[in-house]
Design a protein around this ligand. Structure first.
Ligand SMILES: [Zn+2]
Length: 373
């Protein structure tokens, strides 16, 4: 028989699915989920009562080593961490994305999608929008024609990135994203520009990443309630992403924001070589921090599966359905308390922890953390 696999004995974890929390078997053929009953006589893996969700998608990482200031290989943050797809958030731009595709994406086990940096050079430097000629509509449209892994555009809009340039770079990026009909993902940080000016440019299905940073120019008032511009953005349908990173996830800010009803649409790590050990760890550890901040297990799983696929039109993944990719994350939930750390160095008591044990990408199984890739 062709390339086939049964995954049996797992408990489906997909909120809203008719079989959510019921024992479910999977038959995967040629990378696609074919049915929910096993087929005799083929390779079969018994996951012994573990949860099985759609493969986790980390929607903000940096995985273009060699051509950028901040990166890590996708297989170090993906397949061995329970993550089946990563979305690189602007490490490459129009001038460098072809090398990224050829040297990294085509050779990785972990699936990689791209948010193309609006700056042609991507993150070769970290002030990529300080030059008035940094954004080229012609170069971006030309790349879009040949690279179908691009699912959105990325612009880092904070003072160190922009140099003497200002909000006009964001306005230009927004014009380009509208013409290309792609979501614009915006990194926020220190002013200028003021956060209210940044938010007011964005519309439905654009994304703010680093939503829970603790810098002055954040989305929330001192009392933890959302600023006026934040509320207006939510009403317009702007989406919000965690983007943990080295300096962008404050547990205190997150907890109070969630108490005030501002939850993330997507949970992501902003992971790369320098923040993987501490404070970020992995997507799973980041999800556990959000559970500690007040989200339910159902919410955190949706923030790394269906919410991501809906936002970036990843129609072949992010849900459990026949005909979709055979991408699964197999995980347990432990009540054993551990300690996490946020970007401000504060300790977080993690009392409920998701722990991935296996990753299935297109019907191929990988175990976690033992290097079998
Ligand atoms: Zn980033």
């Amino acid at each position: 028989m062709s390339n086939t696999l049964n995954v049996v004995g797992g408990i489906l974890f997909e909120p809203g699915h008719e079989n959510h929390l019921r024992q479910t078997d999977f038959f995967i053929e040629n990378g696609i989920i074919k049915s929910f009953s096993k087929v005799n006589g083929i390779e079969t893996v018994d996951v012994n009562g573990a949860f099985v969700s759609a493969g986790w998608i980390d929607s903000h990482v940096h995985c273009f080593p060699g051509e950028s200031m901040i990166s890590i290989h996708p297989d170090k943050i993906g397949v061995i961490k329970g993550v089946t797809t990563v979305i690189d958030a602007g490490t490459s731009g129009a001038n460098t994305v072809d090398i990224f595709q050829k040297e990294i994406i085509d050779k990785s086990h972990t699936k990689v999608k791209i948010l193309l940096n609006v700056s042609s050079d991507g993150l070769i430097t970290l002030n990529e929008l300080a030059n008035k000629d940094a954004i080229s509509y012609e170069k971006i449209t030309s790349v879009l024609k040949r690279n179908k892994n691009i699912v959105g555009l990325k612009a880092r809009i904070s003072s160190s990135v922009l140099g003497d340039m200002g909000i006009e770079q964001l306005i230009l990026a927004k014009e380009v994203s509208e013409k290309c009909q792609l979501p614009l993902v915006v990194h926020i940080g220190n002013a200028p520009p003021e956060i209210s000016d940044v938010l007011d440019v964005l519309g439905k299905d654009d994304v703010i990443t680093h939503m829970y940073h603790s810098k002055v120019n954040g989305l929330f008032e001192k009392d933890g309630t959302p600023k006026g511009a934040t509320k207006r953005a939510i009403e317009r349908g702007v989406k919000f992403d965690v983007g943990h990173g080295m300096a962008s996830f404050s547990f205190h800010v997150a907890k109070r924001a969630i108490e005030n009803g501002v939850k993330p649409d997507t949970i992501s790590t902003d992971i790369y070589e320098k923040n993987i050990v501490t404070p970020v760890g992995s997507l799973g550890i980041t999800m556990n921090k959000l559970i500690a901040a007040g989200l339910s297990l159902e919410e955190v799983i949706q923030c790394v599966t269906s919410h991501v696929s809906d936002l970036y039109d990843l129609e072949d993944r992010g849900r459990i359905q026949t005909g979709l990719r055979g991408d699964l994350t197999i995980f347990n939930v432990s009540e054993e308390a551990t300690i996490g750390i946020d970007s401000d160095g504060s300790k977080i008591n993690l009392e409920k922890n998701v722990k991935p044990t296996m990753t299935c990408i297109g019907g191929k199984l990988y175990s976690i953390e033992n290097g079998v890739v």
